[in-house]
Design a protein around this ligand. Structure first.
Ligand SMILES: Cc1ncc(COP(=O)(O)O)c(C=O)c1O
Length: 412
């Protein structure tokens, strides 16, 4: 199908005039490839009833698979009990979720609830401005080239991808970037005007690039020495995805600030920014707020998600499944290498990854091309061995087919 045909089909499916070329949704995303109508566990179904194995989890969001019964039950119950009252009042689940997150992060901290990853990062960036006495000119945030922190203006300014900055200049000032995983560069960049360092422990959108354990330890030392906040963006990597509750824990370091979102609601929008009590105390009432932050429906989902994650040992499962997947792919034809941690993996191929992703979709397997040569795999942390093996076999078949086609000069 061409893009125009897909837009027309999508318009027809949503009841809009298929002959019009104007889609009712703003053109910030490419045309949809498939319309999904249902999901269960690691599987999705399209409008025609065709089944797909989901190895992407809506970009590392549905870590417990689709329609998890305990999350669904918590949502159903909460929707009939109380939906919203605002942060002028207390509600049942927010403090429980905050306490669980604090425990998983080692304790002694506090949580601000947001509605997305970018908003969780925005909270961290505002906290950094409060931490560094702005009057003393201490407000710079150092982040890494290749990083991704979201699309709000400040999160975009922290994002280390010039092509994404380009259309939105001038961006907020106070951001500087250094090469990722390069301690010397970071050391030089953390000058007296810096309030915080913001990093991903594994760069997700940047191509699934893990930071070394030594780097994260070195960053911790530099930040501690200079009284600068070490902020780790775990929006994609957190909550078991990388074979630890949070990916930075592989390095045994304790950041001052950790952001998270995606898996926290298993598809229900919620984000969170955790900070040590000392860092969090930089905020005073009125400094930061959001109408929906910590609201009952989102925190009911998050509470159920965390309970299932602990009961199901998602950290152990993600570690074991990641190893199984890496083992099966490493050294296979057309696989150059496999990198990542736990169940956030990039499969580096010797054929164009977009062609392989497209071929996989045609065969009923969902992945994404995270770089022109690498596929990202981020399946449900509850995926079975059988499902994982099916997915791995499909990736290898699709890569072989694309390679044959390319050699035959018929690459699409
Ligand atoms: C590390 C990281 N931070 C922030 C974000 C932004 O999250 P959201 O899209 O929920 O705003 C993302 C999204 O992919 C991310 O991977």
């Amino acid at each position: 199908m061409t893009s125009a045909e897909m837009i027309a089909a999508h318009r027809a499916a949503v009841g809009a005039d298929p002959s019009s070329t104007r889609c009712p949704i703003m053109g910030t995303y490419g045309p949809p490839l498939v319309e999904f109508v249902r999901g269960e566990g690691s599987w999705l179904w399209d409008r025609d009833g065709r089944r797909y194995l989901d190895l992407l989890s809506g970009l590392a969001v549905t870590s417990l698979g689709h329609s998890h019964p305990e999350v669904a039950a918590a949502l159903a119950q909460q929707s009939q009990t109380l939906l919203h009252v605002s942060n002028l009042f207390a509600t049942e689940h927010a403090p429980v979720v905050a306490s669980t997150l604090d425990r998983l992060l080692g304790g002694g901290g506090q949580v601000f609830f947001a509605n997305s990853g970018a908003e969780a990062v925005e909270c961290a960036l505002k906290l950094a401005r409060r931490w560094g006495p702005a009057a003393a000119g201490r407000y710079q945030v150092v982040s890494a080239w290749g990083s991704f922190h979201g699309r709000t203006l400040a999160a975009l300014a922290a994002t280390g991808q010039p092509a994404k900055h380009e259309p939105f200049q001038p961006l907020p000032e106070g951001f500087r970037h250094v090469p990722f995983d390069d301690l010397e560069a970071l050391d030089a960049a953390v000058t007296p005007d810096v309030a915080a360092v913001l990093l991903e422990a594994v760069q997700g959108e940047g191509g699934v690039q893990p930071a070394s354990v030594e780097y994260l330890r070195g960053v911790r030392e530099i930040c501690s020495e200079r009284n600068v906040l070490m902020m780790v963006d775990e929006v994609q990597t957190g909550l078991g995805r990388c074979g630890a509750w949070f990916a930075h824990q592989h390095a045994g370091v304790r950041p001052d600030v950790v952001t998270m979102a995606k898996a926290l609601g298993n598809g229900v929008p919620i984000g969170a920014c955790w900070a040590t009590a000392e860092a969090a105390s930089s905020f005073v009432p009125g400094d930061h707020a959001t109408t929906y932050g910590g609201q009952p429906l989102a925190t009911a989902a998050a509470r159920a998600v965390l309970e299932v994650m602990e009961a199901e040992d998602v950290v152990g499962r993600s570690t074991r499944a990641g190893e199984r997947c890496t083992e099966a792919l490493t050294g296979a034809p057309h696989v150059v290498s496999v990198r990542g941690r736990g169940l956030l993996l990039a499969v580096e191929l010797d054929v164009p990854s977009a062609d392989v992703a497209r071929e996989l979709l045609d065969r009923g397997v969902v992945v994404n091309a995270v770089t022109p040569t690498a596929l990202r795999l981020a399946p449900s942390l509850l995926i079975t061995d059988e499902e994982l093996d099916t997915g791995v076999a499909a990736v290898l078949d699709a890569a072989a087919l694309v390679a044959d086609r390319t050699e035959g000069g018929t690459s699409r």
